[in-house]
Design a protein around this ligand. Structure first.
Ligand code: NAD
Length: 243
């Protein structure tokens, strides 16, 4: 049986990596899916790759006017939204001593401000029992050289879920966090194969993750299979965050 039959779902940053894999898994489980991305060409390619029951909406997660346009489109086309996967995010390297104001503002604007207003502006469309999934990272609880600003954004995302389950208590809307480990996606291209191999050797399962490993966990959190799961951080990392 399809786990998300009859539902309407949103995946922000759905044009590549984890977002695209999740949008594909979602569509296979029956719902209508909206994906966002900043560039129309990538959006069109992703919509084509997903194939059916999907609409691409050009929308920069850090731009509040774009978010208004996104939710106006969803309201007009489907009237409501059952699942929000707030996935859009960026991670750039900057060691302490070399952190610029631009790096700080860009990372927080997309990963924290953008995610917050994505969820807040979605609220009027969400019925009782809706599911919100926030994409954080194992760096929410781990230290990594040159990644302090990114890691702080993901700790903020994890914190949002603890608080929002209380703000949304009356509406019985669940909020959970998925925290991927090392998952090579286009954002890893600049790091090279050696980096990925060396990371794999430190992971208890002996391999890095795939976008689909994460997508399967997101489907669980989106669906009724996780009906009593609320406010958690689900690490999907081959065990990396537990050692
Ligand atoms: P990716 O670069 O393949 O995909 C990122 C997606 O977000 C793309 O679709 C991109 O267009 C979109 N995006 C970026 N900025 C945006 C913005 N301002 N507005 C709208 N869309 C925007 O990367 P990914 O690895 O799939 O990352 C997806 C999420 O997963 C991010 O939040 C990232 O922090 C998180 N994450 C990834 C890993 C990993 O190892 N890949 C690990 C932990 C967490």
């Amino acid at each position: 049986m399809n786990k998300l039959e009859g539902k309407v779902a949103l995946v922000t940053g759905g044009t590549s990596g984890i977002g695209l894999a999740t949008a594909k898994r979602f569509v296979a489980e029956g719902p209508y899916v909206f994906i966002t991305g900043r560039r129309q060409t990538e959006l069109d390619a992703a919509v084509k790759a997903i194939g059916e029951n999907v609409t691409g909406v050009q929308s920069d997660a850090s731009n509040l006017a774009d978010l208004d346009g996104l939710f106006a489109t969803i309201k007009q086309e489907q009237g409501h939204l059952d699942v929000v996967f707030a996935n859009a995010g960026i991670g750039e390297i900057a060691p302490l001593g070399e952190i610029t104001e631009e790096h700080f503002d860009k990372t927080f604007n997309i990963n924290v401000k953008g995610l917050l207003f994505t969820v807040q502006k979605a609220l009027p469309l969400l019925p009782e029992g809706a599911s919100i999934i926030l994409n954080a990272s194992i760096v929410s609880i781990k230290g990594t050289p040159a990644l302090s600003v990114y890691s702080a954004t993901k700790a903020a995302v994890r914190s949002f879920a603890r608080n929002w389950i209380l703000d949304l208590k009356e509406r019985k809307i669940r909020v959970n966090v998925v925290s991927p480990g090392v998952v090579p996606t286009p954002s890893y291209d600049r790091l090279g194969v050696e980096f990925v191999d060396s990371e794999a050797s430190t992971i208890p399962l002996g391999r890095v993750g795939t976008p689909d490993d994460i997508a399967k966990a997101v489907v669980f959190l989106a669906s009724d299979d996780s009906s009593f799961v609320n406010g958690i951080e689900l690490f999907v990392d081959g065990g990396m965050a537990q050692i």
